[in-house]
Design a protein around this ligand. Structure first.
Ligand code: ADP
Ligand code: ZN
Ligand code: ZN
Length: 736
């Protein structure tokens, strides 16, 4: 019989060891050794035993037979990770130019990677008796171990070191009194949810539902874009689709941006699907994360709801992956592997014959373009379930000023606020900048106080009377005198959410105010509290950053005021118009979601801009038609692919030298082959945390060629240059 070999990746938390090693599988382990299980293998010159993952099995050996070592032990009874997810990791490695280690680490929970071993009592029903007996026999050590496990539950083997000899553990394992286990076994949920019945779908909802259900029943891969205006009832459609998916014995993943993972969202899903739902979010600890992972792998959990990493839920019968608010930037990872969640979800659906559903009121230009080319099916819901679309008004702040109004609030916004306060209706005021004043400068000489690490203006915070850099977090006391000319005329310019709060307090002293931004929501559950308080009517006005723009459903809100629509319009990113339109539409969507009509007042200095105009008319097509022309003329995505390189170091000279080297390499290998090389130039954040940063942008129509080119040029670059950090990103959503 032929030998069988395993491809093993060792110590996957060490990226430098990103190599696959082959090991012989001894005959007695042939049955047990499977892809996805952990093994103990001899490694290196000293043949130390290391833990690795089997990521492939085959008959072909790519080394010399006499050099190949043999697997010592298979550590898992059942595979820790499925073959499908290992294939996915390999695909990600290739697509995003990442190490296989980093891909596996992204997919597998930490505790499974560390390959730590845990012990538990095998049968809690009989353990009392066993403990009694062991005690009477006088097996002191065995008694100690059992007693310990009895009191502590699942225990890391490491923590028993020095306390209990390994031989005692082995004896009890052999007898089947204790067993290897994993932490985080699903505990009973304390929270009880009253299960709610599905609602009767409206006409538009039903049409969309029917279409997608037919694909789900076909059991083959397909993808949909669902464009539904804010309040059109997308979530209800999602839930009913999932119900059918579960009915067919399949599983579902629902992805939402972290910021939209509100208590109301979780509540909706829990009250529909009870304990079949597992929720993940960034504040979970490792054990909580593992609990959801294992629940999904072992079948107690059938629906995983969470931000982008939930796309890796270890399901094997994926019926549907839903990506809500698909246009959100957070679906692209900013750390390696820099994956795009939509692409990963698509890959998983392809592998498992599932349906991919992208939902948004304002689809990304890329997604809409794909749909317009027929690469995915397009579905729309244009009517709100309850209430009409809000009435939107633009206020030109230049004219306000001409008419002598120097206030932050235009006259119409002022009147509208007054009116709602009188009527006892609620108001949302939106400004995408936290803090009090967004820069501090000297009125005598114009000197702007900046963070020495990042070369960006400080923001003044009134709550602690300090200046803070919003990039690196540095906080300093305020200056009494100008550091440049010593004058006393330090002034605070620009407006942040804190200042809006202060101004509202002054202008409307009786109004009850809540402010929601990064500064007020650092505590765990702060979001929940603010949300419930506002919904319960404990405040009249909610002031906030983009944190309040998404998905929140407050029926009593009839006025939304956008303090400054231009804030995101003039960033140097080619997606600035797209961002602005999306943000304005999302915020506007918070108004009038119930019986009272909603009103939106957008204050702007650029009322003629097409993104602002399209927001005024709530007209996606108007925006898209202009934007797609711009993208095509300027050769931006979706018409091309973008690769960014960024070099950073604390020596500016070194950065400039190395970016030049990189530029020469890129030129040499690519200039005549259709690669457009832009730069080098200082990055958008040209100094960050004491590092100087320069970047180069490369464009090419073919993703695969761009990627290979990047890989090759980086290799050449590292031959010459090892001291600087070279960062890269393929099709980034934010250009740094
Ligand atoms: P979207 O996600 O499209 O912005 P939501 O899913 O938040 O919209 O739905 C808006 C509101 O309409 C919610 O309060 C929801 O419970 C309600 N709703 C949705 N579908 C129906 C329906 N078929 N019948 C009654 N109410 C519905
Ligand atoms: Zn800084
Ligand atoms: Zn000065």
């Amino acid at each position: 019989m032929q030998n069988t070999y395993a491809d093993v990746i060792i110590s996957i938390n060490v990226a430098t060891l990103d190599k696959i090693f082959q090991y012989k599988i001894p005959t007695e382990l042939i049955q047990k050794a499977q892809v996805g299980k952990r093994v103990s293998v001899p490694f290196g010159y000293g043949n130390r035993y290391e833990t690795g993952y089997i990521i492939g099995i085959g008959q072909h050996l790519s080394w010399e037979e006499d050099k190949v070592k043999t697997i010592k032990e298979v550590l898992d009874e059942e595979e820790a990770i499925s073959e499908e997810l290992i294939l996915l990791a390999r695909w990600m490695k290739d697509r995003y130019l990442a190490t296989l280690s980093s891909c596996l680490q992204t997919i597998i929970p930490k505790q499974l990677i560390n390959a730590e071993r845990y012990l538990d009592i095998a049968d809690y029903n009989t353990i009392d008796k066993v403990i009694e007996e062991v005690k009477k026999r006088g097996y002191k050590r065995q008694y100690e171990l059992l007693h310990y496990l009895y009191c502590h539950g699942v225990t890391n083997v490491k923590s028993l070191k020095g306390m209990i000899p390994a031989s005692v553990i082995n004896t009890l394992l052999k007898k089947g009194i204790i067993r290897y286990s994993e932490p985080g076994d699903k505990e009973d949920d304390d929270e009880e949810f009253l299960l709610e019945e599905p609602l009767t779908l409206g006409y538009e909802q039903q049409k969309v539902y029917n279409k997608i259900i037919s694909s789900i029943c076909e059991n083959k891969f397909s993808q949909y874009l669902l464009q539904g205006v804010t309040g059109s009832g997308k979530t209800e459609v999602y839930m009913q689709l999932i119900e059918e998916v579960l009915h067919q014995g399949k599983e579902a993943i629902v992805l939402v941006p972290e910021i939209a993972l509100t208590p109301q969202m979780v509540h909706k899903f829990k009250s529909r699907f009870g304990s079949l739902v597992g929720v993940t979010h960034s504040r979970l600890n490792q054990t909580e994360r593992l609990t959801v992972w294992k629940g999904a792998r072992d079948g107690q959990i059938k629906v995983v709801l969470g931000p982008r990493s939930a796309v890796f839920a270890p399901f094997s019968q994926l019926g549907i992956v839903i990506i809500d608010e698909e246009h959100e930037l957070s679906y692209k990872s900013e750390t390696h592997p820099k994956y795009n969640t939509i692409e990963v979800a698509k890959k998983r659906c392809e592998m498992q014959n599932g349906v991919l559903l992208l939902g948004s009121a304002t689809p990304s230009v890329n997604t809409f373009y794909e749909a317009s080319k027929g690469n995915m099916s397009y579905l729309a819901m244009q009517k709100r379930v309850a209430g009409a679309m809000p009435k939107v008004e633009l206020v030109d702040m230049r004219i306000e000023l001409e008419n002598g109004n120097k206030n932050v609030f235009s006259r119409s916004l002022h009147e509208a606020i007054e009116d709602r306060l009188e009527k006892g209706q609620q108001i949302i005021l939106f400004l995408n900048r936290r803090g009090h004043s967004t820069f501090v400068s000297c009125r005598s000489c114009g000197f702007v106080l900046k963070c020495p690490n990042c070369d960006l203006p400080y923001t003044y915070h009134r709550s602690d009377h300090k200046m803070q850099c919003h990039h690196c977090g540095l906080k300093v006391g305020i200056h009494e005198k100008c550091p440049s000319c010593q004058s006393k005329y330090i002034k605070y310019f620009g407006v942040g959410t804190q200042k809006i709060e202060y101004l509202i307090e002054k202008t409307f002293p009786t109004a009850r105010i809540l402010r929601m931004d990064l500064d007020t929501t650092t505590k765990k559950n702060a979001h929940e509290k603010y949300y419930h308080d506002f919904k319960a009517g404990k405040a009249d006005i909610l002031i906030g950053t983009q944190m309040i723009a998404k998905g929140l459903d407050f029926p009593n809100v009839t006025l939304v005021g956008v303090i400054a629509a231009d804030m995101s319009l003039y960033s140097s990113d080619f997606r600035a118009a797209e961002r602005t339109f999306q943000l304005l539409t999302q915020v506007a969507g918070r108004a009038g979601r119930n019986k009272y009509p909603g009103e939106v007042i957008i204050q702007t200095y650029s009322p003629e801009n097409y993104a602002v105009q399209a927001a005024l008319y709530q007209d996606y097509d108007l925006f898209y038609q202009q934007e797609i022309l711009f993208r095509e003329n300027m050769d931006y995505p979706p018409f091309t692919n973008i690769l960014t390189f960024l070099i950073q170091h604390h020596s500016e000279k070194l950065v400039v030298e190395s970016i030049q080297t990189l530029y020469s390499i890129l030129q040499y290998y690519g200039a005549t082959k259709g690669f457009e090389i832009i730069g080098p130039a200082p990055a958008n954040l040209s100094k960050l945390k004491n590092n100087y940063r320069w970047h180069i942008i490369v464009k090419h129509k073919d993703y695969g060629r761009l990627k290979n080119y990047a890989e090759y040029c980086m290799k050449v670059f590292y031959k010459y240059n090892k001291s600087v950090t070279l960062l890269y990103d393929l099709n980034p959503l934010i250009i740094h």
